[in-house]
Design a binder for this molecule. Structure first.
Ligand SMILES: [Mg+2]
Length: 286
């Protein structure tokens, strides 16, 4: 048992608290990633639940710290959403997202002929992202679509278009808040609650950490025992590792403290280290 780095081929890295503290790189951790990217010892992936940005925008933060990176190494729930739309064969999606993210998904799914417009007669899916350009009108349209398809007609909700199947609804991740230099600010959780409070609408799927679907591109390339997730949050980073059946490297450079680990009732992380670079020669937990 324990953690044997010689058996690992791929690390899936959380960013905030693991490789960065706010805008600043955690130097020793970043240097470890740079050295082992250049020598090809490990494959690195970068994990974020934040769907307010496109993968290309995340590359800026990582390459800004001098880490060589390609878009394929960025794991965001936007990839899961794209796969979900393809698998379901949806062609008309009401997407709640920033203009940039909408353009990104439209380009990615152009080959499948997917339209991202508000089309009450055609929409098959309502997809909610961390939309920093959210407006009342977007929320109103989402509720109107849901009411027209998924709510039995009543005096309170008299809408029922002819011959239409129920509409699906998904959210890209579950985060209630986004950490910022001003403390917690609204993320997608409040947006979901806003909708649910209005008419009871709830997503059929919530992607992102801790859902293991986010690791699908890594699990397609490596065996679970070859992979480790590295992160600073037990309830998201460790949860996704546990859900995917891969090792978890807990770093103490972010949110989790030694006292949190002591109080933690789940299975212990495979290894606990001060900073990610210490995984090379750190002590196995347990
Ligand atoms: Mg983190």
């Amino acid at each position: 048992m324990g953690f044997d780095i010689r058996k690992k081929k791929a690390f899936v890295c959380d960013l905030d608290g693991t490789l960065f503290m706010g805008p600043n790189p955690i130097r020793s951790a970043v240097d470890f990633v740079i050295a082992n990217t250049k020598n090809g010892r490990f494959a690195f992936y970068y994990l974020t639940n934040n769907t307010s940005k496109c993968p290309e925008e995340y590359m800026g933060k990582i390459s800004g710290a001098a880490i060589p990176v390609t878009p394929e190494q960025i794991l965001t729930p936007l990839i899961t959403l794209e796969s979900y739309i393809r698998e379901k064969g949806y062609r008309s999606v009401y997407l709640m997202a920033s203009e940039k993210v909408t353009a990104h998904l439209a380009a990615r799914l152009a080959d499948a002929g997917v339209r991202f417009e508000f089309e009450p007669e055609r929409n098959e899916l309502i997809a909610l992202t961390y939309d920093k350009e959210l407006t009342y009108e977007k929320l109103r349209r989402a509720c109107a679509l849901w009411n027209g398809r998924n709510v039995s007609p009543s005096p309170m909700c008299p809408v029922r278009p002819k011959n239409q199947a129920p509409i699906d609804f998904v959210a890209t991740h579950p985060d209630n808040c986004c950490p910022s230099e001003h403390g917690p600010i609204p993320d997608i959780g409040g947006m979901m609650r806003f909708l649910e409070t209005t008419n009871g609408m709830k997503p059929s799927h919530v992607f992102g950490k801790p859902s293991p679907t986010l690791l699908a591109p890594v699990l397609a390339r490596f065996r679970p025992e070859d992979i480790a997730v590295v992160g600073d949050r037990l309830y998201t980073d460790k949860a996704i590792a546990d859900n995917a059946g891969v090792d978890f490297v807990c770093v103490l450079s972010g949110e989790t403290t030694p006292a949190d680990l002591k109080a933690y009732r789940g299975t212990p992380p495979a290894i606990v280290v001060e900073t990610f670079d210490r995984v090379d020669g750190g002590e196995a937990a347990g």
